[in-house]
Write a protein that binds this ligand. Structure first.
Ligand code: NAD
Ligand code: SER
Length: 334
């Protein structure tokens, strides 16, 4: 009798695990966030259950282990084919043009950033996938938003193509959730800083470039004003936030546009001074370009009390601990 019960329990548990097994597709996987997310999700769900995809062929060794598919997210037939082939349950949609690149190709940026989202949301609406992660950005705010401690809900009048696409995308996420019950979740990432992958054309890229220069014992020329404060976050915190949000019970997710995440707020001169504590000969000069105007339109610090309330968000890295860890791990450019 005891053995029979144990057998039945085991059988039910295995069936449960089978049905709960996530099959994850990352779109835009070879980018700054995708590369790190790919590795972390592989560790959590198993190498065979995470499918990386991108329009680019990967050149980072992390993609040598696991499954990778070449995909242009605007190709809906190929997207459908991959979702069916691997029985995908979750999609992390990371393909986009970022703020600085988008200003150079505004119409294409709008098309890529919006159509990619529709293509994935429609899969969820049609019940072909169960859950979607799509990142928004601090770029949804504009010059009329409060600059310091910017709250979740406030004036949002972005002045960049990128910001306009992110704000529109947030509203579509909420619409698909309310109208079709789509489980789509989102974070307004601050500028992200990591050492495992390169940033892809954003205004906050300076905060990664500066580490490469310091490590190579070269001077750094910064394209932002020395006092331009921006919210930033260390990649391990950002990846953890993403996975914690995706794992939170659906009932806790009260915001279906996108959650503010605060991160660490600093200026170029503040991060320079922190790096200089480790590299005392390190020098910086400033040659401001169009990206400073973009940065000027964004908040310098963000209030994330709603993320704390709904899914217990807590950041770990501050400026000194992030700088120390970056300098320990970052490799110089070849
Ligand atoms: P990234 O530019 O490094 O990566 C984007 C990836 O998308 C690239 O690998 C690119 O090849 C791929 N891609 C472009 N067009 C594609 C297409 N048609 N089909 C498939 N793939 C395509 O960007 P990231 O920094 O990793 O950002 C990922 C997402 O997070 C974006 O939506 C971005 O707006 C958002 N975000 C990033 C930051 C940040 O600081 N990195 C901050 C806020 C929001
Ligand atoms: N880091 C991004 C950018 O600078 C902000 O979303 O474009």
């Amino acid at each position: 009798m005891g053995n029979k019960t144990t057998f039945a329990h085991t059988h039910i548990r295995l069936l449960f695990i089978h049905f709960m097994q996530e099959k994850i597709l990352i779109i835009g996987a070879t980018g700054q966030i995708g590369t790190e997310l790919f590795v972390t999700l592989q560790k959590k769900f198993g190498t065979d259950n995470v499918i990386g995809s991108d329009i680019r062929t990967p050149n980072n060794p992390v993609f040598e282990t696991g499954i990778f598919e070449t995909l242009d997210i605007l190709d809906t037939e190929k997207l459908d084919e991959i979702v069916t082939k691997y029985q995908i349950t979750q999609v992390y949609l990371l393909a986009a043009l970022l703020s600085a690149t988008a200003e150079k190709r505004p119409e294409f940026a709008w098309r890529l950033n919006m159509d990619s989202l529709f293509n994935v949301l429609n899969l969820a609406r049609d019940k072909k996938i169960r859950q979607v992660f799509w990142p928004s950005s601090i770029a949804v705010f504009g010059p009329n938003s409060p600059k310091e401690n910017t709250p979740q809900d406030t004036v949002m009048q972005p002045t960049t193509v990128y910001g306009i696409s992110k704000l529109a995308g947030e509203q579509w996420c909420q619409y698909y959730h309310k109208t079709y019950g789509v489980d789509v979740r989102s974070i307004r990432y601050p500028g992200l800083i990591g050492y495992k992958s390169e940033p892809g054309g954003g205004t906050t890229d300076y905060a990664v470039d500066i580490f490469h220069k310091a490590k190579a014992n070269e001077d750094y020329t910064c394209f932002l004003d020395k006092d331009r404060g921006l919210p930033m976050m260390y990649m391990p915190d950002a990846i953890r936030a993403t996975i914690e949000l995706m794992n939170a019970p659906a009932d806790n997710i009260r915001i279906r546009t996108s959650y503010n995440l605060g991160g660490i707020s600093f200026t170029p001169s503040e991060i320079y001074n922190e790096i200089k504590k480790h590299y005392t000969d390190f020098k910086i000069k400033y040659e401001i370009d169009f990206r400073d105007e973009i940065a000027q339109s964004w908040p310098s610090s963000i209030k994330d009390n709603k993320a704390q309330r709904d899914w217990n968000w807590k950041m770990e890295f501050d400026l000194p601990t992030m700088v120390k860890d970056m300098l320990k791990h970052i490799k110089t450019h070849p």
